[in-house]
Design a protein around this ligand. Structure first.
Ligand code: SF4
Length: 297
């Protein structure tokens, strides 16, 4: 899309105001203290499915245990799963170990800055690759997560966006100067002000230039956008809960076959067997000597 003069001026103002606001109001989060690409890759992997507060509590110790990719590659996947305790969605720990191993084998233990090389790594998708480029190398890249897509739909488009439209808008807006800071500012606005349920438009630093705020009676553009957060099924009693319990038990040590039902909180043997089979298929467990355990433990 070719921007008019007025639109170009609006975008310039947005960039300037949002940057100032972020420098003043951005949260002090542990991963914002480092531009080391491995540290960024680890934090972005954690933040994909875990709330920032929980990541902040676990991230420093995790990174201290595996400071460069080589340290993780030299450990076993089970070691990484144990350190991952408390973060949930444990398959990411196995995937991160595969990423570290590929970094050592293909790149001498360094994290590449090129999107194609990054996305060729196991477990690294386009979002993470762009985040590493922007936050570590301050290279032109516009990572679009759910928060950023919501802000773009409301603030810039004033209309629902498909995934490709949101990415195109983000690419158009990304400045040449300090694209990493800009990406952080957009994410911060989505996480703390332009939230999914109750956007705090009255205290928003860019309300004067917001496309949706100019037409407040219109439907929320983010509600019909492709990136919107889907409501999750109830956690209590779910397979996700039972699986989490099982992995938490394995993180403490092997579990005898006879104790699996109790550890998972699942009495139905067919369901329990299905859960165990899925853990094994995901590389999170193996059966040995009548026990279920983390692989290699
Ligand atoms: S004015 Fe409201 S809708 Fe627009 S970006 Fe700010 S918080 Fe979001």
């Amino acid at each position: 899309m070719v921007a008019t003069d007025a639109e170009t001026a609006r975008r310039r103002r947005l960039r300037r105001r949002l940057r100032w606001w972020y420098r003043d109001a951005g949260r002090d989060l542990p991963w914002r203290h480092s531009r080391d690409p491995w540290a960024v890759l680890v934090s972005e992997t954690m933040l994909q499915q875990t709330q920032a507060a929980r990541v902040a509590a676990r991230y420093p110790a995790f990174l201290a245990r595996f400071p460069p990719p080589a340290a993780m590659a030299a450990a076993t996947p089970a070691d990484v799963v144990v350190e991952w305790a408390g973060l949930g969605y444990n398959r990411r720990a196995v995937s991160l170990h595969a990423t570290a191993t590929a970094l050592v084998e293909r790149h001498g233990g360094a994290v590449p800055r090129d999107v194609a090389a990054l996305t060729a790594l196991p477990g690294v998708g386009p979002y993470t690759a762009r985040a590493v480029r922007a936050f570590s190398f301050d290279a032109p890249a516009a990572p679009v997560d759910t928060n950023v897509a919501r802000v773009l739909a409301r603030l810039v488009a004033g209309a629902a966006c498909s995934r490709s439209q949101a990415q195109r808008l983000a690419d158009e807006l990304a400045p040449r100067y300090a694209p990493g800071e800009w990406a952080s500012a957009l994410m911060e606005l989505g996480a703390t002000v332009c939230t999914a349920r109750r956007p705090a438009c009255r205290s928003c630093p860019v309300v004067g230039d917001c496309a949706w705020a100019a037409t407040p009676s219109g439907d929320d553009p983010a509600a019909a956008s492709a990136h919107r957060a889907r409501p999750q099924a109830a956690f209590a009693g779910s397979d996700r809960q039972a699986r989490g319990r099982l992995v938490a038990a394995l993180q403490r040590g092997p579990v005898a076959q006879a104790r699996l039902a109790q550890a998972a909180g699942v009495a139905d043997t067919t369901r329990l067997e299905r859960l165990v089979a899925r853990l094994i298929a995901d590389g999170l467990a193996e059966r040995r000597d009548g026990e279920l355990r983390l692989p290699g433990r």
